[in-house]
Write a protein that binds this ligand. Structure first.
Ligand code: KIV
Ligand code: ZN
Length: 506
């Protein structure tokens, strides 16, 4: 029997970006879109074009650039939304407009203030209107999970008759359980007379931690498309995670009898990129892409894995693109070894960026005996983000202690000169941040701060991610160093540079 080909619809750039504090610039969205294309997603929901001029521009730019994936834009069932979505995706080789309307009693009554008959009419109208512009139209029955089945069948049948080529069944509030959701898909297949004329898609949220299980149950019951996001990013508890769905289908092919087009070796790199650009860290025990996902700590497990890997590993780290981190580079390693390591980690950098990263690597190797792949990834990711370094950390000095008021003095390079300032604060990091605010006259409010050791040991590289509000903008910043205060300062300066860059562009 032939395996079913499951369409992977990635909505990291739309639903994923709706996660609190996750907004991305147009440039960042394009960077992620390029990586999603390398990953091999079939459909990319690049944004919600009517929601802002920035979103419109991002969808349009992505539509122009992508060669393989279908580019999709979201729209409410309104002419201006559908027009905007179409005008943004029309440049793509393959394109789709995705319209949605709620069909659950609670959404229709309280949110839409419409009767079911009115909803049915609007849905039919919207699909017909979109179909006049574009061949591929997806209709989503928002909150399908809590909709009355008979009404849902009617809606699905009506939109297919109106020309929808894909009907999406979202569990918008993550309410369903795997058995129920699988049954819903089966029931739709059995009760909607024209269902053979469209593909069934599913879109599950993770409020009860069941998004992936529900999506997989739907696949088992005939869904042809799954909507998901990298790292499970998305509204509230997030969406179904792409990497978990794809690896479940690949690892349990015997059970699902299905395949996807995803190049699984690009999963890890994509996860890192999305985490870096959104500023949302991946929890260590996250399936597939968490830092502990392939780490064996218990002696019995280590012993088993050494005797035969498959005793405790159902997937290989290499399957998702994690290269072994045992090859140790040190201070005696030269440019050649360093750049071939970069290539094997999947980085294709310009000579200038390699040089910069190499210099950083050398100074790290002077401080650390062994430089691991994770150290190199942290250095490179820090180096290749092409935000101009308007401000560059030149020097910092802190005083701190149990009976001392913490102070921080910072010197930054700005337009070829050194600008400096000092402040006290609640701790050395806070003191330095206040000093930087004084120097740059850009005042930030720290919303989130996280520190992660990217390697183990006393001389590990610490990676700091900050999320800060500067006026209306919320931006993330990252910095890496063996000194955690320095990493913290670099992360904040990186965020300030993004703000300065945005200001200049305006
Ligand atoms: O969760 C949801 O219902 C959605 C729709 C717009 C598909 O995101
Ligand atoms: Zn959603």
């Amino acid at each position: 029997m032939n395996d079913n080909k499951i369409i992977i619809f990635d909505t990291t750039l739309r639903d994923g970006e709706q996660a609190p504090g996750c907004s991305l610039t147009v440039k960042e969205k394009i960077e992620i879109a390029k990586q999603l294309e390398s990953l091999g997603v079939n459909v990319m929901e690049a944004g919600f074009p009517i929601s802002s001029p920035g979103d419109f521009e991002a969808v349009k730019a992505i539509a122009k650039l992508m060669k393989k994936a279908t580019i999709c834009g979201l729209a409410r069932c309104m002419p201006k939304d559908i027009d905007a979505a179409f005008n943004a995706v029309k440049y793509a080789r393959h394109n789709r407009v995705h319209v949605f309307l709620a069909t659950s009693p609670i959404h229709m009554k309280y949110k839409l203030k419409k009767t079911p008959a009115e909803v049915l009419k609007i849905a039919e109208w919207a699909v017909k209107y979109a179909r006049k512009k574009i061949r591929e139209v997806e209709f989503s029955a928002e909150d399908a999970g809590r909709s009355e089945k008979e009404f849902l069948y009617k809606v699905v049948e009506t939109v297919i008759d109106a020309g929808a080529t894909i009907v999406n069944i979202p569990d918008t509030v993550g309410y369903m359980t795997p058995y129920e959701f699988g049954k819903l898909i089966k029931d739709i297949r059995e009760n909607v007379t024209n269902i053979d004329k469209a593909m069934i898609s599913v879109h599950c949220h993770n409020d009860l931690g069941l998004a992936v299980a529900n999506s997989l149950s739907a696949v088992k019951n005939g869904a042809g498309q799954v909507e998901c996001t990298i790292n499970g990013l998305g509204e509230r508890a997030g969406n179904a995670s792409l990497e978990e769905i794809v690896m479940a289908i690949a690892t349990r092919k015997d059970y699902f009898q299905a395949v996807t087009s995803i190049n699984t070796k690009e999963i890890y790199k994509t996860s890192r990129l999305v985490s870096k650009l959104t500023g949302v860290n991946v929890q260590p025990n996250k399936a597939i892409v968490g830092s502990n996902a392939f780490a064996h700590e218990a002696g019995i497990h280590q012993d088993g894995v050494m005797k035969k890997r498959t005793t405790y590993e159902i997937m290989k780290p290499e399957d998702i693109g994690i290269k072994g981190s045992n090859l140790v580079l040190g201070k005696h390693s030269g440019r050649h070894a360093f750049s071939s390591r970069l290539a094997s980690l999947g980085y294709d950098l310009k000579q200038e960026s390699i040089e910069k990263a190499f210099n950083r690597f050398k100074s790290l190797a002077d401080k650390k005996k062994q430089v691991y792949d994770e150290d190199i990834v942290a250095i490179v990711e820090d180096e290749i983000t092409e935000i101009p370094e308007t401000y560059k950390l030149e020097y910092m000095h802190i005083t701190s202690g149990t009976k001392t008021i913490p102070t921080g003095a910072v010197k930054l390079k700005y337009k070829g000169s050194i600008v400096q300032g000092a402040s006290n604060g609640d701790g050395p990091v806070d003191a330095c941040y206040k000093a930087i605010d004084k120097i740059t006259k850009i005042k930030g409010k720290l919303l989130d701060y996280s520190l992660k050791a990217v390697t183990s040991g006393k001389d590990a590289v610490g990676e700091v991610t900050v999320l800060a509000r500067f006026g209306k903008d919320v931006v993330s910043g990252r910095g890496a160093s063996t000194d955690i205060v320095e990493a913290s300062v670099k992360a904040y300066v990186n965020a300030i540079n993004k703000v300065a860059f945005k200001k200049r562009k305006k």
